[in-house]
Design a protein around this ligand. Structure first.
Ligand SMILES: Nc1ncnc2c1ncn2[C@@H]1O[C@H](COP(=O)(O)OP(=O)(O)OP(=O)(O)O)[C@@H](O)[C@H]1O
Ligand SMILES: [Mg+2]
Length: 493
């Protein structure tokens, strides 16, 4: 009986196990089939495009980045443009060559994880047989080429790469590096023994972040975007700006864009618009070159003009000239003088020189220190300008009221969209200061006085003087007046 029972149950078990095996076999077969299908598709794509990589770059900047011939390229801008993706693909260009060694970096190890996971999806497709060694975070390609992942938490971490040679080094989110030091050090590791391989430095970034300043100076400022230039170190460079719309994988359904739209203004400008001109903690986040900066134009002679002067000898002196548009009282800053090491006399001479083409002398406000004797022989700048017929008043130096006044003037009219302050693009120092001057960390209602603020101060003085239109009668009188004699010898009024 027992035997019979056993023999009865055995076939049942066997059927069960056979069914299981069959199911497994079917599953494995399907898997294999799908792999074959996938490989076929890739092969088809490769045959069609003649490409060696199973990957289609997005049109525009991503393609430009992957095709760039310059030694050192930044692909930077809006979030979601496809930068990190391109960063993973770029080192593959020499993975069929044995001697190729690539290093992909991020600031910290956890940040690398996302890139590594994506590489696991992409690399075996592009190079079947490529193997990843998790411990070393290293891809070995069938040709012998290698792609390594690494991180640089502190400057000293670069010494881990001492004595190594790489033919391609890339840094994803380079603005996370506080200084240029490690990046320059790594550039010295860039070499190869194989003359068929060209060596490259590649990086990506969103604007903002702790290293935004040096990254902007190295890549964004020196040249027109998308144009090759040569750095002081002799390396060819290029900055390729990224926009969210360049990446159909994220841009199409608009969801990601909506999320970016809901960010506070500074981050929104950085991450949605890819705007490098706005600094973290910038005091004038509303300052927008598209709105506030204009191309110079012939200012009509009858428009009222004013000037404002901030005086410095060791640091820069700045004089700004403004004209008031009679139509809507917008102030146009149309000229700036920005120079250090000027004595009072030299500054007065420069101002007079720069006003040569003006048809009448321009009144204005002057920083109180410009009235003081500076230790140099001769009259002070205030005295010289007064002697030469310039109407000058003592500037109102109330810092907080001055800052509020600038915010007021930057506001756009609800009706015309025009702000009350516009600056011609020739006033580069004023524009730079308004873009970058940070808020004070200790007194957040004011700007950081350690930052370069001479043009900012001059602007503050000018707006605090509330330049307004004289009546036409006053203006006529003024034009008639050849020499102005101030009632008060010290302050000119
Ligand atoms: N050419 C492409 N083919 C397929 N998918 C792509 C391509 N380019 C980008 N993607 C996908 O779009 C998404 C966003 O791209 P990615 O992460 O590279 O953007 P990013 O510019 O690095 O963004 P962030 O600024 O947030 O770091 C990713 O899921 C990525 O896989
Ligand atoms: Mg990224």
């Amino acid at each position: 009986m027992t035997k019979l029972t056993r023999s009865k149950t055995k076939p049942k078990d066997r059927i069960k196990s056979l069914k299981k095996r069959l199911a497994n076999a079917e599953h494995n077969l399907k898997k294999k089939e799908s792999k074959v299908l996938e490989t076929d598709k890739i092969q088809e794509h490769l045959d069609e495009t003649g490409s060696k990589v199973a990957f289609m770059p997005n049109d525009g900047p991503q393609t430009d980045f992957l095709a760039a011939a310059e030694k050192d390229v930044l692909y930077g801008g809006a979030a979601g443009g496809g930068k990190s993706f391109a960063m993973l693909i770029d080192p593959l260009r020499y993975c069929h060559v044995k001697a190729h060694r690539a290093l992909i970096l991020r600031r910290s190890m956890p940040e690398l994880r996302e890139l590594i996971d994506k590489s696991r999806e992409l690399y075996p497709k592009a190079f079947p047989g490529a193997k990843f060694r998790e411990v070393e975070k290293l891809w070995n390609f069938p040709s012998g080429a290698k792609v390594e992942f690494g991180f640089l938490e502190r400057d000293a971490d670069v010494y881990r790469y001492q004595g190594q040679a790489y033919s391609w080094i890339g840094f994803d989110e380079i603005t996370h590096l506080p200084t240029e030091f490690s990046w320059n050090y790594l550039a010295s590791r860039l070499r190869t023994t194989d003359p068929s391989i060209k060596t490259y430095l590649r990086c990506t970034a969103n604007p903002g972040g702790i290293g935004a300043h040096w990254v902007k100076q190295r890549y964004v400022e020196p040249s027109e975007h998308n144009k090759t230039f040569e750095g002081a170190d002799g390396l060819t460079r290029k900055f390729i700006p990224a926009k969210l719309v360049d990446n159909p994988y994220l841009a199409e359904d608009g969801e990601y864009e909506k999320m970016l739209m809901s960010l506070p203004p500074i981050q929104r400008k950085q991450l949605l618009e890819g705007n490098w001109d706005i600094a973290e903690g910038a005091a004038f986040a509303e300052f927008d070159p598209e709105i506030h900066v204009i191309v110079p134009f012939g200012i009509p002679a009858w428009w009222e003009r004013v000037k404002a002067i901030d005086y410095g000898y060791a640091s820069e002196s700045c004089c700004l000239w403004g004209a008031v548009d009679p139509e809507d009282k917008t102030i146009i800053i149309y000229r700036e003088l920005y120079q250090k090491g000027l004595t009072g006399e030299a500054l007065a001479d420069s101002i007079i020189q720069m006003e040569q083409e003006e048809i009448k002398s321009i009144g204005g406000v002057l920083d109180t220190s410009a009235w003081a004797k500076t230790g140099y022989t001769g009259p002070t700048i205030g005295e010289i300008l007064q002697q030469r017929g310039h109407k000058l008043r003592r500037a109102d130096k109330n810092r907080l009221a001055g800052k509020v006044q600038i915010h007021e003037y930057l506001k756009q009219s609800h009706v015309t969209g025009r702000p009350r302050l516009q600056i011609t693009n020739t006033c580069i120092n004023l524009i730079r200061e308004l873009q970058s001057i940070p808020l004070s960390k200790t007194k957040p209602e004011d700007v950081d006085t350690n930052a370069s603020d001479h043009a900012y101060d001059a602007l503050r003085y000018m707006l605090m003087s509330r330049p307004r239109l004289d009546s036409p009668y006053d203006r006529m009188l003024d034009l008639k007046r050849n020499i102005y004699e101030p009632a008060d010898g010290d302050f000119g009024y």
